[in-house]
Design a protein around this ligand. Structure first.
Ligand code: 9PG
Length: 502
């Protein structure tokens, strides 16, 4: 029979908490709790819950406890692209890895896992954590209470101690092909752009989605007749580091990988394939990264791309390896994902720069140099059909991207945080100057600067403004949860608080 551990009465920064856990040990300004499940009963009147989404695009923000958002109306096939399916089922008051409560005075009670495959839920009075990390008999948690920035900073320090941190130089400045051309890229067009940006202060020139045969078949398609090595050499000759996009954990039905290795794909208990989402005109699936043959294939794929000459890899749709499933080895989704990411890191080598995207966040720590921490931006402010029509806050839009990025800035001490691109072009851009400014301000705050503006779309003054922005170093001061000062100018992000239709 399972025994319930007695509640520990903990005094934390002036409040008394009743905690059920296997153990509770003071650690600096907080406590380390141990247990597969832990419960924290607190005495204060919380008004907001900090919901941390599962992967890069998943909603991460403070949500008022008295205004619960309804579950998304997206079809189930799309759910994994939005978040962890279990978190959509118990939407919105369940967080991935970490959860926190905030009272009217802005004091925060935070419960954060220090292992993988953990969730934090809340009711008005209790924060509850559950963790299935198979590595640990009694998983560890960090519990802290105090000023918001302090408790998140303390949690970040604990995560670094448990999961590690890559020692990367400052983030590179990137030109990326996605947000102008999407999949409509080819060799001639890319070489023309390379010529047009070669005098601008980018460090990395990154080719995005559109060069490959299929998701699963990571070889060059007919649009790049000289091949990807030749392209890498041209990028280097222009003075840039070479960047390439790939989504090594997903598989499209049209790929040869799908036909040749049906046993490598994630399935449920009944043996049915689990959709990882729907994109590019079809459903797609995730790989079982606990399968030794899959890990070998991942290593070979990454080694091939590295041998072509690419040093900066944007690894996308990675959540697909972390979905709940019946696997070759019986481990949790995030543990399985981390095995896959370890295989990537091993094959890429220590000197490769790995940007993870659509990626589970905590389980990427210590392996990735950078993580996208929000949905895609667009040269358009909102995505109302998806937000109000489908109750989905993960769709491409600048507002959605700013909201979740702002909610995840506490991760900055742990890795480079990528807020996605900004725009200097007014062509094909539906945002007003203030909206464009806010997006650039977020790039300044994170220190991660990337754009997809085509040189042909920039007028001379926009090109000059882009060049000076790439070379700018600014003084950033946080004024409050939704306000920053950049060189003394206010950057006001209060707009991200509006989540529901008024
Ligand atoms: C390439 C793109 C870019 C981009 C990534 C990722 O919800 N969706 O349908 C959805 C589609 C694409 C997507 C995100 C969400 O974008 O974030 O930077 O690399 O893939 O296909």
């Amino acid at each position: 029979m399972k025994t319930t551990p007695p509640p520990h009465l903990l005094n934390l920064n002036g409040i008394t908490l009743a905690v059920s856990a296997d153990s509770a040990t003071p650690s600096g300004p907080g406590y380390i709790l141990k247990g597969s499940t832990v419960n924290v009963l607190h005495p204060f009147s919380a008004v907001d819950f900090y919901r941390h989404g599962f992967h890069s695009w998943s909603l991460s923000t403070w949500i008022p406890l008295d205004r619960p958002l309804p579950q998304t109306r997206q079809p189930k096939v799309a759910w994994s692209m939005l978040d962890h399916v279990g978190m959509i089922q118990s939407f919105p008051f369940t967080g991935s890895g970490v959860g926190a409560l905030r009272d009217a005075e802005g004091r925060v009670l935070l419960l954060g896992a220090l292992g993988l495959d953990a969730f934090v839920k809340t009711t008005d009075t209790v924060l509850s954590g559950s963790c299935t990390d198979s590595d640990k008999a009694s998983p560890a948690w960090f519990l802290a209470f105090g000023a918001e920035d302090e408790v998140f900073a303390q949690y970040a320090k604990q995560l670094e101690d448990h999961l590690g941190r890559r020692k990367s130089p400052p983030p590179p400045r990137i030109w990326c092909s996605w947000y102008s051309l999407f999949t409509d890229i080819d060799e001639t067009g890319i070489l023309q752009i390379l010529e047009g940006v070669k005098d601008l202060s980018f460090d990395v020139f990154q080719i995005d989605d559109g060069w490959q045969l299929a998701m699963g078949d990571w070889d060059v398609n007919a649009k790049f007749p000289s091949g990807m090595s030749a392209m890498a050499r041209r990028i280097q000759a222009a003075g840039f580091q070479t960047g390439l996009w790939l989504a090594p954990f997903i598989v499209q039905p049209k790929s040869s990988l799908y036909r040749d290795h049906p046993d490598w794909l994630l399935r449920d208990e009944q043996g049915d394939l689990i959709p990882a989402g729907h994109c590019w005109g079809s459903v797609f699936y995730g790989l079982d990264t606990t399968h030794p043959d899959v890990l070998k294939w991942i290593g070979e794929t990454i080694a091939r791309v590295r041998a072509w000459g690419y040093d900066y890899l944007k690894l996308d749709f990675l959540y697909a390896a972390a979905m709940p499933a019946k696997r070759h080895r019986n481990v949790g989704g995030e543990e399985a994902y981390r095995l896959g990411l370890e295989a990537v890191r091993k094959a890429a080598g220590d000197d490769a720069y790995l940007l993870v995207c659509g990626a589970p966040i905590l389980s990427s720590l210590g392996l990735a140099d950078a993580a996208r921490i929000g949905p895609d931006v667009t040269p358009m402010w909102d995505n109302e059909d998806r937000v109000f029509g489908l109750q989905d806050f993960t769709g491409p839009s600048t507002l959605n991207a700013l909201r979740t990025t702002l909610g995840r800035l506490w991760l900055k001490p742990l890795l480079h945080v990528d807020p996605d691109v900004f725009f200097f072009r007014q062509r094909y851009n539906l945002m007003n100057p203030a909206q464009n400014q806010l997006l650039r301000d977020m790039a300044t705050i994170t220190g991660f600067k990337a754009t997809s503006d085509l040189p042909a779309w920039l007028d001379p003054s926009e090109r000059d403004a882009l060049e000076s922005f790439l070379n700018e170093t600014s003084t950033v001061t946080k004024l409050g949860p939704y306000e920053y000062a950049i060189d003394g100018r206010l950057a006001d992000f209060h707009c991200v608080r509006k989540l529901w239709a008024e």
